[in-house]
Design a protein around this ligand. Sequence first.
Ligand SMILES: C[S@@+](CC[C@H](N)C(=O)[O-])C[C@H]1O[C@@H](n2cnc3c(N)ncnc32)[C@H](O)[C@@H]1O
Length: 252
Amino acid sequence: MAEMYDFILTKLMPMIETYKIKNICDYGCGDGELLEKLNTQKKDLSLTGIDYFSKFGDKNPQNNKSDISYIDRESAEYEKLSELNKFDMVLSTFALHHFQYPIGELQLLTDLVKSGGYLVFVDLVFQTDNQAKIAKNISSYIEEMGLAIKGHYHRHHYTLEEVKDLIKAIPVEIVTAEEITNELTEEENNENIKIKLDRNSLIRKNLSKAPEHWKELWLPFFEQEKKIVEKRGYDMSSLLFFCLKRNKKNNI
Ligand SMILES: C[S@@+](CC[C@H](N)C(=O)[O-])C[C@H]1O[C@@H](n2cnc3c(N)ncnc32)[C@H](O)[C@@H]1O
């Protein structure tokens, strides 16, 4: 998703300058690609990434040589961090639809921010105005069903209004709440389609070795996903972008 992070940074950098942000926490930072890019573009920021790193294997960014601090979500260090609420900005990209208890998670995130500091959320958005976006939605529903049956969690993408409703539970005022478009070139779009189809092919290959009852249930979904994406494309260009300012008092 390299082009995605560059796009997000074009939105983020002016905010960092305007609000004189000195330290940022990326919550659900994954392998830290966005933080590493941020570190290269603006060397004087203090950066912290949080995720469930013990599950990451080779991609664990705690092994990176940069001066970014990566803190495991399940560590004692994380518990201390949440008591300090010290960050000027807490950022979370493409993680919102992974939160099974979104209100509790949003409250935890808010606790990490200084009073008067900023929360920034970016995620894919649920829209239905073209066939390739509908294909993206169908794919996320398939993911949601697959994980739910295994007792895990992944939600289909939120609409703008759904996220506005969720944030009523946290003490913030909205600075920006919008749908934004990352204008992808045909080449970038084709690359996203290829990544999706490669993932689909890997899942179908793994499913072919799964127990018969599981294969029988799941293979048709992924065969369907392949057909839909091949025919209609896969459009990841539309995003949700929220910038929220933390208030002093609690809304709840
Ligand atoms: C789709 S990935 C996005 C990673 C990265 N932010 C990016 O933009 O590429 C979602 C990440 O959120 C993390 N995540 C999910 N639930 C979380 C939670 N409750 N607390 C912290 N991280 C969480 C996952 O482990 C995963 O790395």
